[in-house]
Design a protein around this ligand. Structure first.
Ligand SMILES: C/C(=C\CNc1ncnc2c1ncn2[C@@H]1O[C@H](COP(=O)(O)O)[C@@H](O)[C@H]1O)CO
Length: 194
């Protein structure tokens, strides 16, 4: 699968979040998946891409020109797509992904999570959306959405559209068990075209 990982760009976070992103990148590659990321070298975004390639995995980075200009683009990416802006970037990350994994992050990560979550609740797509939150950063968010549900602001399927996990193993097991369409690998494509 092409798995999109949304995660932090901040340089101020605890080392444990970078270690988690590294573990996720390695696991993603070892399970034979391709990483779709925001194409930046900073923080967890950089950690997940570096670890994916270090474990033999393929990476697709999608980054707006403005971030290329400040020289944080992941130029080692197997495929680096430069977009005119953030909206186009998110649209391409969406198009290129079979499943979505959200790690601890800030408001940029939340924006990405909510776009995919909302679309799934509305039935616009049925791809897996998994949160990996070992330290409970998103527990208040979950509570907030529960409050919204109880007050009638969200649809009943809001929690069917997302899975909360706390270990890397659990997160990947869930992504793989619930994915409905899987892309042929680069090797399989090569074989079929001779
Ligand atoms: C120069 C530094 C960071 C540059 N900022 C970003 N670089 C790349 N991608 C970013 C940046 N800020 C937001 N994004 C996007 O949102 C997600 C992460 O945002 P968050 O607020 O850190 O959760 C990320 O997936 C990007 O798509 C160093 O300070």
């Amino acid at each position: 699968m092409n798995i999109c990982v949304f995660c932090a760009s901040s340089l101020k976070i605890d080392e444990k979040y970078l270690e988690l992103a590294t573990e996720v990148g390695a696991e993603l590659a070892q399970r034979g998946h391709t990483l779709v990321s925001g194409g930046a070298t900073v923080s967890c975004m950089g950690a997940v891409t570096t670890a994916t390639r270090a474990s033999g995995g393929r990476t697709i980075g999608v980054i707006p020109q403005v971030l290329v200009d400040i020289e944080i683009a992941d130029t080692d990416s197997d495929e680096l797509i430069v977009t005119t802006g953030m909206r186009e970037r998110k649209a391409i990350m969406d198009e290129r992904s079979d499943a979505f994994l959200v790690l601890p992050g800030g408001i940029g990560t939340l924006e990405e999570l909510f776009e995919i979550w909302t679309a799934r609740v509305l039935g616009i797509h049925d791809r897996p959306l998994v949160i990996l939150d070992p330290w409970g950063l998103y527990t208040p968010l979950r509570q907030l959405v529960e409050n919204m549900y109880e007050a009638g602001f969200t649809r009943a399927n809001v929690f069917d559209a997302i899975s909360w996990t706390s270990t890397v193993e659990e997160a990947f097991a869930h992504l793989e068990a619930t994915a409905k369409h899987v892309r042929p690998s680069v090797e399989e494509l090569g074989e079929s075209t001779g």
